[in-house]
Write a protein of this length. Sequence first.
Length: 295
Amino acid sequence: MHQLPDEIVRAHSEDGLLRLMAVRSTALVESAGRRHHTWPVATAALGRALTAALMLGELSLVGPARLTLRLIGDGPLGAVIADCDSQGRVRGYVSQPEVALPLASGGKLAVGAALGRGRLVVSRDLPDGQIYTSAVPLRSGEVGEDLAAYLDASDQIPSAVGLGVRLAKSGRVVGAGGWLVQILPGGERHLDLIERSAAELPPVSGLMAEGVATAEVLTRLAPSLRLVGLSSHAVSFRCTCSMAKARLAVAMLGERALEDRPTDQSTVETRCHFCNRRFLVPVESPSRPAGAARS
Ligand SMILES: [Zn+2]
């Protein structure tokens, strides 16, 4: 089946009291997993985090701002980090990509157990140089619930969230995505409708795997309402690393670290945490005054 392009779609109810968003992230989660060689539960956790960051970014970023979402748990995955800009470009990694756990109930990947107990931390890096950080304790470690708890606490806006990643037996990502509904002040009368439709909605990973249009997810979340202001844009895995940044990082290692490398080596290998790209940075041979001896 032809795979639909990754995108984020948003709309609101005609009365302006419901804000809805849906993301298709299948290709970018597959790309993230391939870059980092993640095992299935790590692919699922990273994919949910990347999708969650994109939705938070869409809600709150304008211009050259960035948002970083960190899931920091005491489980085997360690930390899961996702970072995005206001244009839907996201990158991320998991500190322990090779984690295997028995499946959770219903045959689902045990993301909550793999993350364990901990915190969800969100930082916004604004164009004026200010960084705003807020955090909530992880509720379940399943990411969707944790993101809803974060939005309830930080923005004081009741929110419902769905996030999911479906893998084939081979480990390939066949469906990934998310949705978000927020009930703005005065919109409490929509609460029952949203609770009902969210409960009836199949897992978003399945909808994406089946090729359901991203905008269709919004319609299914608010079936009896007229949605207006529909807009969409592409989302993708994109890193900001470069050879220039890698050179700077190596320069900051200092001469002592470089001296420890074998003398026949004229390059130092460094990897970008976020995308796992490898850089071979050329270095000068360590210069020592002739005749000087090391003690
Ligand atoms: Zn990178």
